[in-house]
Design a protein around this ligand. Structure first.
Ligand code: SF4
Length: 78
């Protein structure tokens, strides 16, 4: 899963256009069922998961085998 840093995202919309499974939506279009992912994305960057804080944008060095505990319960797909 790709995680979006809530403070670093500039709402350009690029990820919405390239996500093959339409998993990314504008903030105002988040459904109640997906609302938990707002916090999940924030927590991922904090000490509870990666401890990355604000990495300063996407870079290939920001790769981790860690997932937010909720996301880690998801079954992996090939
Ligand atoms: S591609 Fe744009 S909208 Fe998507 S996470 Fe990055 S800055 Fe935010």
């Amino acid at each position: 899963m790709f995680y979006i840093h809530p403070d670093e995202c500039i709402n350009c919309g690029l990820c919405l256009s390239v996500c093959p499974v339409d998993a990314v939506v504008w903030d105002e279009e988040i459904t109640p069922a997906s609302q938990a992912f707002v916090a999940i994305n924030r927590v991922f960057f904090g000490d509870e998961v990666t401890g990355w804080g604000s990495p300063g944008g996407r870079d290939e060095k920001w790769v981790s085998d860690k997932d937010h505990p909720f996301v880690a319960t998801y079954e992996k797909v090939a």
